[in-house]
Design a protein around this ligand. Structure first.
Ligand SMILES: Cc1cc2nc3c(=O)[nH]c(=O)nc-3n(C[C@H](O)[C@H](O)[C@H](O)COP(=O)(O)OP(=O)(O)OC[C@H]3O[C@@H](n4cnc5c(N)ncnc54)[C@H](O)[C@@H]3O)c2cc1C
Length: 301
């Protein structure tokens, strides 16, 4: 990251919300489920698949987790009513109370899973920062046994522990999304060099394939996509054992290349009134756009 990029990243919090909203609009579908369904339909029309996420991970009270749970159950039912084919759901466990009361979070998750079972859908549990890793994997294991084939989790190649996690999670129903990991973690538990995070990504992907898991390969990094394609070929991996995954509004050209080559591609479609923290994370990954937002701060009339 260059000096200007670093400066932009550090000063993003002082950029007013409307300006952040304007420049990050491509990364979230809107504030309402209707807007998200419109985006989903457009993507489905281009042969991509979709996973939908309600933005809102920062909660302080369990009552907020109850509200989020109810919203998710509604979303799962709406996806079935709207007949969006093979559109699944992603959720962050802190939104359901993981850091407040794990047992309450599990109870909330089971409400989601009942709706998932009723509507024949699939739930992907996102992975958050390292204080959440153990709790997230623990609840994933419980649900994997209670709702076989209906739930998956995320592992991050930034974390040193992820290879050991794969070994500990080997199971006929294992289902992962593999990503680099967005949260910056201390060196004792995480790789900090981009080369090492990449090498680990490919090693983890190969191990996931070897252990028979279903893998969502979540990256916009062209080198990693190419290495994944090589692994898929080398292991003669059938098309129903993996998919590529990308975030809404990011590297659409690379996504099209994947679709044109006949692979599955699922787009993560987040929406909701709490779009701000998610947007700041996305802008930090893209200092060029964040830079426009930063400059707009000084160009306001
Ligand atoms: C479907 C999906 C789900 C995810 N779920 C999680 C999760 O549960 N937990 C978690 O910690 N992380 C999650 N992530 C984020 C992930 O960990 C990375 O932080 C993010 O994908 C960037 O890493 P990258 O592999 O794309 O590589 P990068 O090196 O960051 O990006 C590769 C290239 O993609 C382009 N690019 C990347 N980001 C942007 C952007 N915001 N705007 C414009 N261009 C961009 C640039 O051209 C860049 O050079 C998810 C990512 C995806 C795709």
């Amino acid at each position: 990251m260059g000096l200007f990029d670093r400066l932009v990243s550090l000063t993003l919090p002082i950029v007013p919300k409307p300006i952040v909203g304007y420049f990050s609009r491509r990364y979230f579908a809107g504030e309402t489920a209707d807007q998200a369904f419109q985006v989903a339909r457009r993507l489905l029309g281009r042969n991509a698949l979709v996973t939908m996420d309600i933005l809102g991970e920062f909660i302080e009270e369990l009552s907020e987790a109850d509200t989020n749970t109810a919203q998710y159950v509604d979303l799962i039912r709406m996806v079935a009513r709207e007949q969006l084919p093979r559109t699944n759901i992603s959720v962050k466990l802190t939104a359901l109370g993981l850091q407040l009361d794990k047992a309450a979070c599990l109870a909330n998750l089971r409400k989601l899973m009942e709706a998932i079972r009723e509507t024949d859908n699939f739930l992907r549990i996102d992975m958050e920062d390292s204080p959440c890793t153990d709790g997230t994997l623990e609840l994933y294991r419980i649900l994997r046994d209670e709702y076989p084939g209906m739930v998956g989790v995320v592992l991050q190649s930034r974390l040193r522990r992820s290879m050991a996690d794969i070994e500990a999670l080997v199971h006929p129903q294992a289902n992962y999304r593999l990503c680099k990991g967005i949260y910056l973690e201390p060196e004792e538990i995480a790789f900090t060099e981009s080369t090492r995070i990449r090498t680990n990504f490919t090693a983890l992907l190969e191990r996931m394939i070897e252990t028979g898991a279903y893998v969502g390969i979540a990256t916009h990094d062209e080198q990693l996509v190419d290495e994944a394609l090589e692994l898929i070929e080398r292991h003669s991996l059938p098309g129903d054992r993996y998919e590529f995954q990308m975030l809404l509004g990011v590297t659409e050209g690379l996504g099209q290349r994947i679709l044109d080559a006949g692979h599955r591609l699922r787009i993560y479609v987040p929406y909701g009134v709490q779009w701000y923290p998610y947007s700041v994370r996305r802008l930090r990954e893209n200092p060029q756009i964040a830079g426009y937002a930063f400059k707009a701060l000084f160009n306001r009339k």
